[in-house]
Design a protein. Sequence first.
Length: 175
Amino acid sequence: MGGLDGPTEGSVFIDGADISGLSNSELAGLRAKKIGFVFQFFNLLQNLTAKENVETAMMFSGVNEKTQKEKAKGLLSLLGLSEKLNAKPSELSGGQQQRVAIARALANDPEILLMDEPTGNLDSESEAEVLDNILKLNKDGKTIIIVTHNRDIAKMAAMVFEIRDGRLVDDGKTK
């Protein structure tokens, strides 16, 4: 869905356009502008601070440096990390690293957020706060796609697709 790999069958459409045939450069541009990723294992750059990790996402989209710094600070504060702006990933807990990853995904104000277990490493209080922010983003018009094993999180979704043994299923029956 995010254009990181091509489909083995069929097509992927974003805003009515088939992205399956785009070049690597065109896909990179699409991802930078329209899609935010939150990976299960954070994928933070270890030699950069939390703020710099968020700024990096905007740098690749051509956002000016002053805006990068202000927006990164604001996003990290929104996610409860205002005290950790200058901390490197090794100085952060797993939950804090995940929140940096979420801030990075939001940096370019994407229309689509693809999230792989976005709260998997958070305590219950942090999980509730992050889920509340995700739900607000969805109400504000962002498309949110969450991959999760957590049925409580799945129950919050407007639509749920279940994949079992590599197949899309509906009510336990293969489509």
